[in-house]
Design a binder for this molecule. Structure first.
Ligand code: COA
Length: 326
């Protein structure tokens, strides 16, 4: 069985910075409320770029770092809940943009757990020998899915993309995987698509645009997030036969500082192990862990042999984590 190594990372966020103060000029909110409840201070918001544009930019950077050619890519997965269109997939659009002519391409919908799910799928393809070089991208234009009249949700999210190139290897790599879903709790965080309207539907459905934007039961999601993060970290350590001391850094999904703090308390782990950048980007859903990982790589924080733990949770509801040896 092949091992699976990350050989390149990349990320891209839109130039436009929107601070909490900026939001307080267009809605009834404040820097004090947002930063004390979430830790978020600013986020990047698209001024027109769509998910495939950002995914392409992050992908090109990851390919450059990996020192591969786009045609080396066998499989291209984009984790997103904010695609440009139902079809073609963002993955196919990226393929066209970067000329990855030999790749099989598809999108994966697992919200904020999307990048973890993407690496999980890629790992299966590589370990079995079905693919050798895989590009996994997490990319979101959350700003187009938000109800900008709903201060409960729109202050929490941001736009961006992150990417990783994975390759078959004989050393290091993905040491443990933990994923799961709780579909029965899906109503806690939703974003609708098209209602069924056709000449044969007897009961008329009114198209109410707000119903097709992000809606959330914040408290329910908060409890789910703390529970799954805590259980996920414990399970991953057990499966990889590691202790927390063996882990150099934990990269959590960047949703809310208070969620991370609660998990830290339950797990009795020092906060210093956690890489946190949500103050600058807010919650970029499927892109969040990928952007954080690339930032750490750019800052030269990861050395060969370091073990890192990635842990995410999100709409679906979904959750998942990985331990990777760098
Ligand atoms: N600015 C000012 N006030 C706001 C606000 C905003 N942006 N958003 C909500 N409020 C108000 C509400 O209207 C409510 O007012 P009311 O009590 O008069 O009705 C009040 O603040 C609610 O505050 P509080 O009870 O302190 O909220 P909370 O502690 O539940 O925090 C969240 C709200 C959303 C920050 C919290 O539930 C959370 O972080 N949940 C997880 C969300 C998440 O990360 N989701 C993505 C996971 S992938």
């Amino acid at each position: 069985m092949n091992k699976v190594q990350v050989i390149g990372t990349g990320s891209y966020v839109p130039e436009k910075i929107v601070t909490n103060e900026d939001l307080s000029c267009i809605m009834d909110t404040s820097d004090e409320w947002i930063s004390s409840r979430t830790g978020i201070r600013e986020r990047r918001i698209s001024e027109g770029e769509n998910t495939s544009d950002m995914a392409t930019k992050a992908a090109l950077k990851a390919i450059e770092m990996a020192n591969i050619k786009p045609e080396d890519i066998d499989l291209l997965i984009v984790a997103t809940i904010t695609p440009d269109s139902f079809t073609p997939s963002v993955a196919c659009m990226v393929q066209g943009n970067i000329n990855a002519v030999n790749a099989t391409c598809f999108d994966l919908s697992a919200a904020c757990s999307g990048f973890i799910y993407g690496i999980t799928v890629a790992t299966q393809f590589i370990t079995t020998g079905a693919a050798r070089t895989i590009l996994v991208v997490g990319a979101e234009t959350m700003s187009k899915a938000l109800n900008w009249e709903d201060r409960n949700t729109c202050v929490l999210f941001g736009d961006g993309a992150g990417a990783a190139v994975l390759r078959a290897s004989d050393k290091g790599g993905v040491l443990a995987i933990y994923t799961g879903s709780e579909g029965s709790k899906g109503n806690a965080l939703t974003c609708g698509a098209m209602p069924v309207i056709n000449p044969y539907v007897r009961e008329k459905t009114d198209y109410i645009p707000e119903n097709y934007k992000i809606q959330m039961d914040g408290r329910e999601v908060f409890k789910f997030a703390v529970r799954t993060m805590t259980k996920g970290v414990e399970k991953l350590l057990e499966d990889a036969k590691c202790s927390i001391e063996d882990i150099k850094y934990i990269i959590p999904h960047q949703a809310n500082h208070r969620i991370i703090e609660s998990a830290i308390k339950k797990l009795s782990i020092s906060e210093e192990k956690f890489y946190i950048n949500l103050d600058r980007y807010g919650n970029t859903s499927g892109a969040s862990i990928a952007i954080a990982l690339d930032e750490m790589v750019q800052k030269n924080m990861l050395k060969t042999g370091d073990k890192i733990l990635l842990i995410g949770f999100g709409a679906g509801l979904t959750y998942g984590g990985l331990i990777i040896e760098w």
